[in-house]
Structures are given as structure tokens and as C-alpha cells.
Design a protein around this ligand. Structure first.
Ligand code: KG4
Ligand code: ZN
Length: 381
């Protein structure tokens, strides 16, 4: 017997739906991104995000069904993001999921968005036929989150095995090791991109521009997080970039030229911006990237060491960063760790990860009742 779950995700600025079988096999995954809408504001505008989710949710779910060649009657359960996220955004997906479940008479499974990100790595690992040894340490690093968890796998009772037909169904339990005390890493990228007039979102463009700069040019002081060495802090380095720019008037002139020129004309690709960046700016971008990614890698590996685990999972929008992947791939194995990343599409917000995370909760009978509400702050652990 197989279980087909329709996943629905609307926690931030992506409206997404996907169908996943038994928490592992992706039949379809559709994402409608709102990035073009929020770009001119330099960040997600919550009010606009909710309106776009309302517009997109029905066609996105319909497309996920069409791509999987299924109808709603073929779906066994609906998994929906309950939080954390923007409350107005969450409410659109959650309400739609709730109404669908009620009208179809199917179970509704509430999912923590962060648990979804953990499952994005596990979906990829399954595709790659390279399962991580558990327990693991998981770094979730995006525009909204930078957090480290320990993930343990726990066998579900025999009843769940009968329902699922799987030999040993398990669920995951989480404990939080550390989190950012101020900005998320992606937020720091976006803020630095705003300071330097490199467009929005900042991460992908800065990642490409960094390849043309010297990462050793500027030494930023590594953040100190007293009390918990596994916590993060990125606001200091963002302020250091601002101070650096203020101390270099020629950089300010260059920034004004980009802002009033290329960006105003909508030219925001890395290859369009690169000729408008001096060597000093490219060095600054490369040094910022080096500093942020080294910190993410060092703290994640230190946490894995401290917890005595072998596997490190990395997920979230910033997991797409090329320097982060390179550094983890080089330093992880050297220190005795296996590092796992999702594909680019599974790194950023999507609903396949929500449907995958919903599966074990469905088997465990952890279903929503009529009172289910969205939670803007919804800690995983
Ligand atoms: O997970 P995501 O799509 O949305 C949430 O924030 O939940 O992540 C978006 C964030 C943005 O801050 C963006 O600048 C960053 O991920 N990002 C990157 C890269 N691609 C996306 N940051 C660094 N390097 C990248 N290649
Ligand atoms: Zn996310």
C-alpha cells in the first residue's frame, strides 16, 4: 500500500504544492515565486505576499495534481505548513488545506516549516541513494532562519508499520543546538546587497560576484556568541561592511551609479553588475561571503563533533551558495563527517519537503482537528 500526500506551503513568498508518495518519491512539485513582486521593495512585503498566495494557491495545487496525473480523489492526506512564517501568508495555505481536507474527508497533517527543510535533504539523499546515518546535525540557513538542530530517528509503534506497509517506519525528533541571535545569514546577504546596490535577493548575485574578488582582502572579526558557542550572529559583519563603505567615498560613488543606473533599468544579473563593480567592491563581496560561509561551516562541524554524530545536513535558501557547498565538501570529510545538501530546487521553499515531513506524522496519527490555526512563531524544538 502506498500513501500519496498533497503538500501545501505558503509560509513566506512562495506558493507551493507537491505530491509525494510514502514521504520519499516526488510525483510533482510546483512553486510559484513572488520574487518579482517584492524586488522593488528590497524585501518581502507581507500584505502583498498574502494577496499573491490567494491568487496562486488554486492554480498551483491544480498544476501539482495535473503533473502527477492524479485527481483529488487519489490523494490520501493533505500536509500543510502551520508555521513559522508570515501569519497572513500561512493562513492562505492552511485555510485552503483545511477546507480541502474537510470537503474530501481526508486527514490533514500540520507540518513545521523547519521540519520540512530537514526533509528536503532526506528527499535528496533518497534520490541519490545515499542515506545519512542518524542521528545527524542539521543546519537550516535561509532568509528567515539560521538554526542548528540535532535530528534523531525513532521507530514508530508496530501499528504504524501495519498501516504503512513499511518494515520499520520512523519519525524524527529534534533538539535545538543553536540559532542566530540577530540576522539570519540570508538576511545578512540581502542587507549587504542593499548597502552595495546589488539588487534583491542579494545571495545569488553576490555568490556569483564573489568568484571575481579576493576573499582574503578584508578580515572580518569572527562573531563571538557568549553563552552558547553554537549560536550565530551576523549583524556585526553587516555593520562592518557598512563602516567599510562609509570609510571609502569612491565606493559610495560607485554604489550611487549602480543604484541610479543598472538597477533602475532592471539590469540585475551578475554579468550585468560585474563591470560596474570595482576590484575593491568585488573583494568586499568575496570577503563577506568567505566570512559568513566559514562561520556557518565551522559552527556546524563543531556542533556535529560535540554531539558525536557523523552526518551533517544543510538546507534552506543559502544552502544553494557555492562557497558554502565547497567549504562543507572540503572540510566535512576531512574532519570525518558526511555532508548532505538538497538540490537547488529542494533548498529553497517548496511543498515536496512539507508532504515528505507529513508522512511520519500521518503514520503516528498526529492529525489536525478543526481548531488548527497558523503559528507565526512555531519552534521545532
Ligand atoms: O529559503 P529561502 O528561499 O526563503 C526563506 O528565506 O525562507 O531563502 C532565501 C534566501 C535569501 O535571503 C537569498 O538571498 C538567499 O536565500 N540565497 C542565497 C543564495 N541563494 C539564495 N544566499 C547566498 N548564496 C546563494 N547562492
Ligand atoms: Zn524556508
Amino acid at each position: 500500500m502506498t500513501t500519496r500526500i498533497l503538500g501545501i506551503e505558503s509560509s513566506c513568498d512562495e506558493t507551493a504544492a507537491a505530491i509525494v508518495v510514502d514521504g520519499r518519491e516526488i510525483l510533482s512539485s510546483v512553486v510559484a515565486s513572488q520574487v518579482e513582486i517584492h524586488r522593488k521593495y528590497g524585501g518581502v512585503v507581507p500584505e502583498l505576499a498574502s494577496r499573491e498566495h490567494l491568487r496562486d494557491i488554486v492554480p498551483v495545487v491544480r498544476e501539482a495534481l495535473e503533473q502527477a496525473r492524479l485527481s483529488l480523489a487519489d490523494i490520501d492526506a493533505i500536509g500543510v505548513t502551520r508555521g513559522p512564517g508570515l501569519i497572513g501568508s500561512l493562513l492562505v495555505g492552511l485555510t485552503y488545506g483545511k477546507v480541502l481536507a474537510m470537503s474530501l474527508g481526508k486527514p490533514l497533517v500540520p507540518v513545521n516549516h523547519l521540519e520540512g527543510h530537514v526533509h528536503a535533504v532526506l528527499l535528496q539523499a533518497h534520490l541519490d541513494k545515499r542515506e545519512p546515518e542518524m542521528p545527524a546535525v542539521c543546519l537550516i540557513v535561509s532568509g528567515g532562519h539560521t538554526v542548528l538542530y540535532e535530528v534523531k530517528s525513532e521507530l514508530l509503534p508496530a501499528g504504524a508499520a501495519r498501516v504503512s506497509g513499511l518494515p520499520s517506519p520512523s519519525r524524527f525528533v529534534y533538539s535545538r543546538i543553536g540559532q542566530t541571535r540577530d540576522d539570519a545569514a540570508g538576511e545578512a546577504y540581502d542587507k549587504v546587497a542593499k548597502i552595495l546596490a546589488l539588487g534583491y535577493p542579494g545571495g545569488p548575485v553576490m555568490d556569483q560576484l564573489a568568484a571575481h574578488g579576493n576573499p582574503e582582502a578584508i578580515r572580518f572579526t569572527p562573531p563571538v556568541t557568549k553563552g552558547n558557542p553554537h549560536d550565530f550572529s551576523f549583524s556585526g559583519i553587516k555593520t562592518a561592511v557598512l563602516r567599510h563603505v562609509r570609510a571609502h567615498p569612491e565606493m559610495q560613488a560607485e554604489i550611487s551609479a549602480r543604484r541610479g543606473g543598472a538597477l533602475a533599468r532592471g539590469e540585475r544579473k551578475a554579468e550585468q553588475l560585474r563591470p560596474l563593480c570595482s576590484a575593491a567592491t568585488l573583494d568586499l563581496v568575496a570577503s563577506f561571503q568567505k566570512s559568513v560561509t566559514s562561520d556557518l561551516v565551522n559552527r556546524s562541524l563543531a556542533a556535529a563533533e560535540q554531539r558525536g554524530v557523523r552526518s551533517v545536513l544543510v538546507s534552506g535558501g543559502v544552502a544553494a551558495n557555492s562557497e558554502l557547498r565547497r567549504t562543507f565538501a572540503a572540510q566535512g570529510p576531512r574532519a570525518g563527517f558526511d555532508v548532505f545538501f538538497p538540490s537547488q530546487a529542494l533548498s529553497t521553499d517548496n511543498a515536496a519537503m512539507i508532504a515528505a515531513a507529513a508522512f511520519s506524522h500521518l503514520l503516528a496519527g498526529e492529525l489536525a482537528d478543526n481548531q488548527l490555526n497558523a503559528e507565526a512563531n512555531f519552534p521545532l524544538a
